[in-house]
Ligand binder design. Structure first.
Ligand code: SF4
Length: 285
């Protein structure tokens, strides 16, 4: 049967998607509802990589469709982009039961799909969301709290690009300070997208060049970012999600705070904060 498109990038992604949708390389194939391959503009210069599908993603077969996805869309709006203008994928294409952390063997089994996605899409910037994607693609065990907001020039597969780690939106939903940091890191994305790569023509030569200097792929359409000053205001304020908006996944519920051990505390005294918020328990930072 003839392909639905003659766009070689879209064809290559479709072939890889079909392969992933039939994948049984790890045990997650037995418990998933749908494979969540990824979606967006296959010619975008900007790709986001999260951790793994959650409940809603597993049901719909699309990445970032819950509250974290809404926050990601709001963050993109702050730099004048929509989710349709970027490509969004995850480290794992199948949902871990009860949203538990991915296992090393699952990450190892699924990594070739992600690497191939990067090779096909060839983004200038891969924005890793949280610890799992950052550690996998950087090859370093340094946590997201230390590397967020710092572009790393590297290679993924055969592609030179900038890795730009930021906090996972799911973690920022429950931690206002982290949300503010995430917003600031996202605001630097236009700057990161403008950083030079080895295949770029030097500035003096580029001034005479009528077309974009990158040779791969020929149908590439670099996204045009507005300046930060011209970026439109987000349609909604970036506030932490109210718990009533959407039930949190079971594993992100904070544990019941420990009661003071003895009645020595007067009844009106506030309890000390419980150690570790929901975001920490997610293992996302
Ligand atoms: S998580 Fe990845 S490797 Fe495991 S079954 Fe799904 S697609 Fe295959």
């Amino acid at each position: 049967m003839a392909p639905a498109t003659d766009d070689p990038v879209a064809v290559a992604l479709d072939e890889l998607r079909a392969e992933a949708e039939a994948c049984e390389k790890c045990l997650l194939s037995a418990t998933r509802t749908r494979v969540v391959f990824g979606e967006g503009d296959p010619h975008s210069d900007l790709m986001f990589v999260g951790e793994a599908p959650g409940y809603h993603e597993d049901q719909q077969g699309r990445p970032f469709v819950g509250q974290a996805g809404k926050l990601l869309e709001q963050l993109l709006q702050t730099i004048g982009l929509s989710r349709e203008q970027v490509y969004i994928a995850n480290v794992l294409k199948s949902r871990p039961p009860n949203n538990r952390d991915p296992k090393p063997e699952e990450i190892a089994a699924c990594e070739p799909y992600l690497v191939r996605q990067v090779e096909i899409i060839a983004p200038r910037v891969v924005c890793t969301l949280g610890n799992f994607a950052t550690k996998l693609l950087s090859g370093s065990q340094t946590g997201i709290t230390r590397v967020h907001g710092i572009p790393q020039r590297t290679h993924v597969g055969g592609r030179e690009l900038y890795l730009y780690p930021i906090f996972h939106p799911a973690a920022a939903l429950y931690t206002p300070a982290m949300l503010e940091t995430l917003k600031q890191d996202v605001l630097r994305l236009p700057e990161v997208l403008g950083l030079p790569l080895g295949g770029d023509v030097p500035t003096d030569e580029a001034a005479d060049a009528p077309v974009a200097p990158r040779a791969d792929p020929p149908v590439r359409r670099p996204i045009v970012l507005p300046t930060l000053a011209a970026a439109p205001e987000p349609t909604a304020p970036l506030e932490p999600a109210a718990p009533a908006l959407e039930p949190k996944p079971p594993q992100v519920q904070p544990p019941a705070p420990a009661q003071p051990p003895a009645p020595a505390q007067p009844p009106a005294s506030p309890r000390p904060p419980a150690p570790g918020g929901p975001a920490e328990q997610l293992g996302l930072f």
